[in-house]
Design a protein around this ligand. Sequence first.
Ligand code: NAP
Length: 270
Amino acid sequence: MRDRYAVVGHPVAHSKSPQIHAEFARATGQELEYGRIEAPLDGFERTVEEFRSQGGKGLNVTVPFKEAAFRYCRSLSPRARAARVVNTLVLTGAEVFGDTTDGVGLVADLTRNLGFELFRKNLLLMGAGGAAQGVVQALLDAGVARLLIANRTVSRAEELAGRFTGASACGYDALPAQAFDLIVNATSAGLADEAPPLPEQLLGNGVLAYDMVYGRETPFLAAARRAGARTSDGLGMLVEQAAEAFFVWRGVRPETRPTLAKLRAALRGS
Ligand code: NAP
């Protein structure tokens, strides 16, 4: 029987993870199957237990269960312990190991796919939810000069920044006039066709504006493009974090560019 993996979330029907992992498995010759599981909002643990009892080997975890997954794990990677969110579960017998691959995925997309050098750069990270929590350590590890976290609920940004040496926090109304080299939108605002209230003067020429939402031009990206900034959605991050999860499970690192190109072409065609 093939090893079984899946993505668990609510909702999960839109997830591109099954397609991505099927591409990776084909390209690397790994025998596995990968599905989708929609867990009830109050039934994350039950759903994982059931998958495990049926011999499931691993799960990707998406909205809104990344914090529940962190609490559920019996052991954690150092990066998951720092992030306090888990997006990758490794299930071996009674053992449940949790990892967080979003940070590595974002940094890989920025540096390898977009050619953006993070070392000594000034960064603004918008949002303090699961996605933002998952990437702070990886951005700091890349040697950025400054990482400022802004969030609508300022106390959440302060709590998040307070956990990491080298990060600071503020509300959108207190953002400094200073120019940023990179602005990452880790909020879910784009899904509702909204944008965080970012002062327009921060979106000028020379900035890379990155939205973790993918497959659409969010209002944040549209404003950045109009202001002359370089822009990117989060499709590359999605593929790169999946490649890292595949490596954690299978010990094999798939090439990401062909899969990213296929997904991009499919999104353009739809
Ligand atoms: P989450 O835990 O629900 O957090 C949502 C965040 O967005 C919070 O910080 C929230 O602020 C903020 N927010 C929501 N609406 C806003 C608005 N209108 N204006 C300003 N801020 C707003 O969600 P998440 O797990 O962090 O995910 C965030 C996004 O990242 C999702 O769209 C997800 O699809 C995407 N994502 C993409 C990837 C990828 O691989 N590309 C990976 C992970 C996540 P408050 O705290 O004030 O409520």
